[in-house]
Design a protein around this ligand. Structure first.
Ligand code: URP
Ligand code: ZN
Ligand code: ZN
Ligand code: ZN
Length: 504
């Protein structure tokens, strides 16, 4: 374990000088003073106490730490358990510039939502190296589930519930309706895994009968129209009960189009994955089982190679609002559970560590999104949607000191040989990315220090997410809570604008 002694008082006080602070709505050349985990001052010529550690960030961007709204650590799924734990997963997150994750509580058959929630808290508390929150999956529908949702919201800081339209625990349309209705009553956010499970089951049966048993059958059984149909249906159902809807892992052009269509008259938010932006479904044709099975997740990567570029453009145009990793890693030996039957390949890929660099490379380096939009889609929008803003998702006085000092010119080449994740495969193997985190500050502590990883197991805390997020339920309210970049006495009005800044 890479433990680190933080007892020196200088670790509690930190000055970051000479960097370019990038928020979602502006870029400023100012210094940041941090004390006891909180950003205390932003400005020039700051007066700070002696003994403060100084980091010179000249020529670097200073970004809000990444927030990955979609991970599965210590996850029992498809007859096995994901190889990344809350420790290895959050350690890898920090190595890549992510300072908060939101994981999913997955209740086992017959387990109550509350028991599953307590179990996840027990699994994660004491292990997480950065802060985390929890979404809760509704694996079935009942009056008990409905009551437990209320308890989770009122007593345990949960504000989002995921439902499935595929897999053995999918809900039917009437159940989706009731689940969305309860989310709306509580001021929570409904999240949906949108794929038509009935069509997938029939397709899989047909393909297996035809002798198509390899990983290519995975994508063939769940083509993109099967995803798009479910996105459309989920949006229509949510609209009936006026429930805000968050579509997790939008993986195809058609699904993004469906999100776009419904955003004109409904509160619909779309998340895409770094996997979908950084690679594609041509890998399912690879002759090596480990290689093709290593790319299996649901919804699958799409064989249409223009998909990643289109999805990046959707992020640029606010058709999609944010990016997750859906990090759900399985080793090669675990993927072999589906050696003779693609329906048994454990679903999931890596991404929590590489999300920031891959999106910088494919989005900012190519000029499709600005550094400000990068911050929005990797951090700020997640903070707003899950009601963590402005504590998280921005660099402002009073916010948690979750900060990344980012070198936009440096490059690194991704490999399973060198990554920090507990898995023996990486879907981005060999990709060289511009955009390298040099310092990652988690709650005021330097956990990546000039490239040296110094995480602390248990340093993170569970962060409650209150319901009725202003961004979702009352956007006008959000304008009022917009944080100041400055101390009260030097307050300046900042009008949001799209800034086209040059790369350093
Ligand atoms: O294949 C995936 N996405 N695995 C994780 C479970 C889920 O649906 O998010
Ligand atoms: Zn899912
Ligand atoms: Zn291989
Ligand atoms: Zn997932």
């Amino acid at each position: 374990m890479e433990d680190y002694d933080f007892s020196e008082s200088s670790q509690n006080r930190l000055l970051i000088k000479n960097g370019k602070i990038v928020n979602e709505d502006d870029v400023i050349d100012e210094d940041i003073y941090i004390e006891d985990g909180i950003i205390k001052q932003i400005g020039n010529n700051l007066i700070i106490p002696g003994g403060t550690r100084v980091i010179d960030a000249r020529g670097r961007y200073i970004l809000p730490g990444g927030i990955d709204p979609h991970t599965h650590f210590d996850f029992e799924f498809m007859g096995t358990k994901s190889s990344d734990s809350f420790y290895s997963g959050t350690k890898a997150a920090i190595a890549g510039g992510t300072t908060m994750i939101i994981d999913f509580v997955f209740p086992k058959e017959d387990e109550s939502l509350l028991d599953a929630f307590y179990e996840y808290r027990q699994k994660a508390d004491g292990k997480v190296c950065c802060d985390y929150s929890l979404h809760v999956i509704l694996p079935r529908w009942s009056e008990q589930i409905k009551r437990d949702m209320e308890i989770l919201v009122k007593e345990h800081g949960v504000n989002s519930f995921k439902v499935f339209m595929a897999y053995g625990f999918m809900l039917n349309d009437a159940e989706l309706y009731s689940a969305f209705e309860q989310c709306q009553n509580l001021g929570a956010l409904a999240q949906v895994h949108a794929e038509n499970g009935s069509i997938i089951a029939k397709n899989a049966e047909r393909l297996l009968a035809q002798g198509i048993t390899g990983p290519e059958g995975h994508e063939m059984s769940r083509p993109e129209e099967v995803e798009a149909e479910a996105v459309n249906r989920a949006c229509v159902i949510a609209k009936q009960v006026n429930c805000p809807l968050y579509v997790v892992h939008v993986m195809s052009k058609s699904a993004a189009r469906a999100v776009d269509f419904h955003r004109s008259d409904a509160r619909v938010y779309g998340e895409t994955l770094v996997a979908a932006l950084g690679t594609d479904g041509t890998h399912y044709k690879h002759e090596c089982f480990h290689h093709s099975a290593g790319h299996v997740l649901s919804p699958p990567l799409r064989p249409d190679p223009s998909t990643p570029l289109v999805l990046m453009n959707c992020l640029a145009q606010d058709v999609l609002q944010l990016t997750g990793s859906d990090n759900c890693t399985f080793n090669k030996a675990q993927k072999e559970l589906g050696k003779n039957d693609f329906t048994k390949i454990p679903n999931g890929v890596n991404g929590v560590e590489d999300r920031m660099s891959v999106i910088w490379e494919k989005g900012v380096q190519t000029g499709i999104i600005s550094p400000c939009r990068f911050v929005a889609v990797t951090s700020t929008n997640a903070a707003k949607i899950f009601n963590l803003y402005p504590r998280k998702g921005c660099i402002a006085v009073g916010s948690d000191a979750d900060i990344v000092i980012w070198n936009g010119n440096a490059t690194r080449t991704i490999s399973a040989e060198t990554h920090h994740q507990a898995v023996d495969f990486n879907i981005f193997e060999g990709m060289t990315c511009h955009g390298v985190p040099e310092y990652v500050i988690v709650n005021g502590r330097v956990c990546l220090d000039d490239g040296q990883l110094r995480v602390v197991e248990g340093h993170g805390h569970f962060v409650e997410t209150p319901v009725f997020a202003p961004y979702v339920y009352n956007p006008e309210e959000l304008d009022k809570i917009k944080p100041s970049r400055y101390d009260d006495d030097e307050y300046l009005e900042i009008t949001p604008k799209v800034l086209k800044i040059k790369l350093l």
